[in-house]
Design a protein around this ligand. Structure first.
Ligand code: ADP
Length: 523
């Protein structure tokens, strides 16, 4: 609902104002006649009436919007004269009628108008009043008082108008400033009304519209165009369009998409939306911001392609290195000190293989869900294997590794991926715990859920870092400072695996005291 403010704008037209004056004047004269006043045409009131009629005719026939505004002064001054003349009789008119033209003078001519109103009142009311008073000592102060009221009324209106003009000036200035900002920012801005109609956009967004809708746009949210999903290939469906979602009252950040088919000119955009509400909290529309992230997306693409290529080229020779090292380790003819050295080679080659696997995983699935193949497998066995595989590292680091698990726990899952989850959490817990510490792995279950908990007494994680822990390449400053080996990929992959199994991962931690990672998954 729009609220309309009561406006005096119509008063600017001298014609309309005069009509209203004539009505009031007629009421005044009419009432006097009804209550017994009688006067001839050549009396004061008679002449006044004639004057009022002449002014009314002028008001109606003169095209006021085309004549010099100074001519319009004839109307209020004439009206004051009509009031003055009408009073030149014992049954005279109401002097307060002069206030009405004074209001118009104040509105149109400001303080000068108040002066004109005052002078006219003195000339046409006070002077004739004094002459006509015939010794009636009340008459003079009465007309003087009317003159005072007239001037005050004109001044009040003049002052009000001045304030309104200042206010309007400020609003206009602010409008221009906003428009300049709107057009200067390097972000496309779009406003929608509650029905999803486009109600405004800045210059930058117009440029985006030309790329995304070369055929033109009807100004309604959700129109199909050359708008693609983040993969750059799938045409975006109407109900997935940011404008459509925003017009349904949804708020979001960093929704990515590509616009334009032409490889040279197509752009990647990141879109955010916020709803606009009325004072009563009703949905009134939405504001959307489109940031050009083409360079960023291209850089990401190049990086991912590069990582994928390099990882693949590294993985193949590593696999054969690990295979042959294993054969040599198992060879009985090898001297013991060589076997010891081969184990070091083996361990490091395995670490390299894991890192390359993580890089490949990260680069190949940019934002897309992790593909998993579920089979029935024993989660308890996976956890035991993982803990036992980590035991030599824990032992050599002087860390007590404790496991509590049921005998068997069959779960439908991607066994290899879940093993990766447990490996990651256990190896992190050992890596980030000082010698003498303890790592506890617990496997629990109820009817529908399984829970893997890995707790340590290690260096801990600050609350702010806990929120970013699962993002790619994130490492805490503490981890980097202690030069603990790692790339910051393990937890982001762990989270993807857990979520693609319909589960979640949480962390509780206190700096210097230790951390607890909890994975919950449906059975
Ligand atoms: P990284 O290879 O660096 O260990 P992760 O993704 O597994 O990568 O972990 C990300 C970061 O989270 C680590 O660099 C470390 O700062 C922090 N972190 C992970 N696990 C723990 C833990 N158990 N205790 C303290 N910090 C941890």
């Amino acid at each position: 609902m729009t609220r309309r403010s009561w406006s005096l704008a119509w008063m600017a037209d001298p014609g309309r104002f005069q009509v209203l004056f004539s009505v009031l004047y007629a009421i005044d004269v009419g009432l006097r006649v009804i209550f017994g006043s009688r006067f001839g045409l050549l009396s004061g009131p008679g002449l006044g009436l004639v004057g009022a009629v002449v002014l009314l005719v002028l008001a109606v026939v003169v095209p006021w919007d085309r004549v010099d505004p100074r001519w319009a002064l004839v109307m209020p001054i004439g009206s004051i004269a009509v009031v003055g003349v009408t009073r030149l009789a014992p049954e005279g008119g109401n002097g307060l009628l002069a206030v009405f033209p004074a209001l118009w003078l104040g509105r149109q001519w400001g303080r000068l108008g108040a002066v004109i109103a005052g002078v006219s009142t003195v000339l046409f009311l006070v002077v004739p009043g004094a002459v006509y008073s015939n010794g009636d000592h009340v008459m003079v102060p009465r007309v003087l008082f009317i003159a005072l009221v007239v001037v005050v009324a004109a001044l009040v209106v003049a002052d009000g108008m001045e304030r309104v003009q200042v206010h309007e000036g400020t609003i206009e200035h602010q409008r221009r400033v906003s428009q300049a900002i709107f057009d200067t920012v390097d972000v496309g801005l779009l406003l929608l009304d509650r029905d999803g109609h486009y109600v405004g956009m800045n210059r930058r967004h117009q440029e985006f519209m030309e790329v995304g809708y070369p055929q033109g746009h009807a100004g309604q949210a959700g129109q199909l165009g050359e708008v693609f999903d983040v993969d750059g290939r799938t045409l975006m469906a109407s109900d997935r369009m940011p404008t459509h979602r925003a017009s349904q009252g949804e708020e979001f950040d960093d929704v990515r998409m590509w616009i334009g088919e032409e490889p040279a000119t197509r752009r990647a955009l990141s879109v955010s939306a916020r709803t606009v509400r009325t004072e009563d909290g009703e949905f009134a529309g939405a504001a959307l911001a489109y940031t050009d992230v083409t360079d960023f997306m291209r850089a990401l693409q190049v990086k991912d392609e590069f990582v994928a290529l390099v990882s693949h080229e590294l993985r193949t020779p590593l696999t054969s290195i690990v295979g042959y090292v294993q054969l040599l380790e198992e060879d009985d003819t090898m001297p013991p000190h060589a076997v010891e050295q081969l184990r070091v080679v083996h361990r490091n080659a395995e670490r390299l293989r894991r890192l390359i696997g993580d890089l490949l995983d990260t680069a190949q699935r940019d934002g897309s869900p992790m593909p998993i193949t579920r089979t029935q497998a024993d989660l308890a066995g996976i956890v035991v294997d993982s803990v036992e595989a980590a035991r030599p590292v824990a032992d050599s680091a002087g860390i007590d590794l404790v496991l509590s698990s049921p005998e068997r726990l069959p779960v439908r899952m991607d066994a290899q991926r879940i093993a990766q989850v447990v490996d990651n959490l256990v190896s992190n817990a050992i890596k980030y715990t000082e010698p003498g510490g303890r790592v506890t792995v617990q496997l629990g279950t109820d009817l529908d859920w399984v829970e893997i908990q890995v707790a340590d007494t290690g260096i801990g994680i600050a609350p702010d870092d806990c929120e970013r822990l699962f993002t790619r390449f994130f490492r805490t400053e503490d981890a980097a400072r202690r030069a603990v080996a790692g790339a910051g990929l393990g937890l982001s992959i762990t989270k993807d695996i857990v979520e693609s199994h319909g589960g979640r991962i949480d962390v509780d931690s206190a700096v210097g005291q230790g951390s607890v990672f909890r994975v919950r998954m449906p059975r």
